[in-house]
Design a protein around this ligand. Sequence first.
Ligand SMILES: *[C@@H]1O[C@H](CO)[C@@H](O)[C@H](O)[C@H]1NC(C)=O
Ligand SMILES: *[C@@H]1O[C@H](CO)[C@@H](O)[C@H](O)[C@H]1NC(C)=O
Ligand SMILES: *[C@@H]1O[C@H](CO)[C@@H](O)[C@H](O)[C@H]1NC(C)=O
Ligand SMILES: *[C@@H]1O[C@H](CO)[C@@H](O)[C@H](O)[C@H]1NC(C)=O
Ligand SMILES: *[C@@H]1O[C@H](CO)[C@@H](O)[C@H](O)[C@H]1NC(C)=O
Length: 188
Amino acid sequence: MRLLYLQLVLAALCSTACTSTTAKIPFYIISNGETPSLGRPGLTPVGKQRAESCIPNVFSKLNIGLIITCTEDRDGKEGLNCAAANETAVPLAKTLGINISTCATGDGADDDCPNNTLQKFNKKSNQSVLFVWDSSDMEDLIENVDTDAGLDNDQLGLHADLILTVNPKDPRNVGVTSMNCTGIDGTA
Ligand SMILES: *[C@@H]1O[C@H](CO)[C@@H](O)[C@H](O)[C@H]1NC(C)=O
Ligand SMILES: *[C@@H]1O[C@H](CO)[C@@H](O)[C@H](O)[C@H]1NC(C)=O
Ligand SMILES: *[C@@H]1O[C@H](CO)[C@@H](O)[C@H](O)[C@H]1NC(C)=O
Ligand SMILES: *[C@@H]1O[C@H](CO)[C@@H](O)[C@H](O)[C@H]1NC(C)=O
Ligand SMILES: *[C@@H]1O[C@H](CO)[C@@H](O)[C@H](O)[C@H]1NC(C)=O
């Protein structure tokens, strides 16, 4: 009886103390920069500007250690913007000298990959993870990392200037801010 009690106390202590080092680290979610209409490839001039100057400027202040972006699944589902997400992420990765990890999206993708990659990195680092994700697949990502921004795909996909900040202690209470890159923010 006494042993059981001790185990329970230890378990309770551990659930606060043992997670507190990683739980303090927020992670961030943005979508690909602005793209041309009708699924044409690449970023628009505004999207390029966001990728090359706005994002490196904003995120070099946020202690980012890993970028996670997406790859399209083999079905090549129409409208996927993973190539644009990669193009959005590369200048920041170069600026910071960090790696880009990828997870597949779409039918048949491993839905646990974003969360697993995030958790694995947080175990060995105190730096934040930044997801740079396909704007047409934001709802799936948000579900897979167990957050709720209260925004749907349409709202998120249309606003390349939004940053979602997730505090792992309270993942359902997501902060939504702007990149504040005046002159290029807004729907492209
Ligand atoms: C991302 O873009 C870089 C630079 O163009 C390229 O070398 C890399 O292979 C791309 N990664 C993916 C996953 O598409
Ligand atoms: C990037 O990934 C490679 C291969 O996994 C690893 O050796 C290297 O240390 C990583 N670089 C950084 C900056 O994390
Ligand atoms: C994370 O931060 C804590 C407290 O500052 C430190 O003790 C620990 O070594 C850091 N871990 C890594 C992997 O940098
Ligand atoms: C993410 O991974 C952690 C640790 O492995 C797990 O406890 C949590 O339930 C996972 N979240 C989701 C949404 O799968
Ligand atoms: C953008 O500006 C708002 C209002 O001043 C501020 O709350 C927010 O933190 C800023 N975003 C960034 C990424 O600095």
